[in-house]
Design a protein around this ligand. Structure first.
Ligand code: B12
Length: 224
């Protein structure tokens, strides 16, 4: 089981999407993140464990290499592609079994920021926890958030930022939402975000991981 999870982590780290994918050349012809994730599920490994002990590990490794200039954007994009292929198998498990949603959450990555893997994972956790999610996508500015809140009347809005530069957008969007719609809870997250920053900008909840945010939603907002 450990060996299979490690193989998936390697596929994500090295951008090996599936058996047909020719990249990277030294893994040519071998199974990729796609097939191995399916195999892990068939072997009874819980989806949560595949996510945390394989997919996130693989992304962390490529993230460190990227930071240390050992790899560049194309390699990171291939890793993201492999992660997405694997996540497609996990999504049904996170989103199934819920009849009536507890409420609605709008999710988006803030203006100027195109990172969406973390946001998608958080969305899956919310859906799996019984909340309906509308994903507004990436590079979402205040106006789009406000229009979507007006239209969909959500209980909460989730903002993701992965760049220190886009934390400025996060602050601006949070302030506009909390002033126009004080009843809507604002949840923020992403690697550079901190609890202190959340306090400073007036967000209702910061969590470094999806589960903490889901716990917050359930404790604050669950409708009877
Ligand atoms: C993948 C990646 C990319 C991919 C994104 C693909 C995609 N579809 O998302 C691509 C190649 C496009 C990319 C581009 C860039 N990237 Co980039 N990227 C990364 C990388 C390697 C991994 C990010 C990731 O997906 N992590 C995995 C997920 C699961 O983790 P996560 O996003 O943190 O999410 C978790 C938590 O934070 C939390 N969470 C996230 N959002 C939310 C929201 C809420 C509401 C809550 C509660 C929780 C929550 O829950 C998630 C699950 O646990 C990071 C390095 C790293 N280790 O973070 C760099 C990184 C974020 N990128 C970086 C940079 C600089 C860039 C570029 C500017 C590079 C360039 N020179 O062009 C561009 C910017 C493009 C743009 N405008 O956005 C820097 C940012 C530095 C900084 N502090 O500002 C990093 C940190 C790399 C580095 N060390 O230099 N990148």
């Amino acid at each position: 089981m450990k060996e299979l999870l490690e193989r998936i982590a390697v596929c994500v780290e090295q951008g090996k999407v599936d058996a047909a994918s020719p990249y990277p050349s030294h893994l040519s012809g071998q199974e990729g993140a796609d097939e191995l994730t399916q195999k892990a599920l068939e072997n009874g490994i819980p989806p949560n464990q595949i996510l945390t002990d394989a997919l996130i590990i693989g992304m962390e490794r490529i993230g460190i290499k990227f930071r240390e200039n050992q790899v560049f954007l194309p390699e990171v994009l291939m890793a993201a592609k492999a992660m997405t292929a694997a996540m497609n198998h996990l999504k049904p498990f996170f989103t199934s079994g819920v009849v009536k949603p507890k409420g609605l959450v709008l999710m988006g990555t803030v203006a100027g920021d195109l990172h969406d893997i973390g946001k998608k994972i958080v969305s899956m956790f919310f859906e799996g926890g019984g909340w309906e999610v509308i994903d507004l996508g990436v590079d979402v500015g205040a106006e789009k958030y406000l229009q979507a809140i007006e239209k969909h009347k959500p209980n909460a809005v989730g903002l993701s930022a992965l760049l220190t530069t886009t934390m400025v957008s996060m602050e601006e969007i949070t302030k506009q939402i909390t002033s126009a719609y004080p009843q809507v809870k604002v949840l923020i997250g992403g690697a550079p975000v901190t609890p202190e920053f959340a306090d400073k900008i007036g967000a209702h909840c910061y969590s470094p991981d999806p589960q903490g945010a889901l716990d917050y939603l359930n404790s604050q907002l669950t409708l009877d």
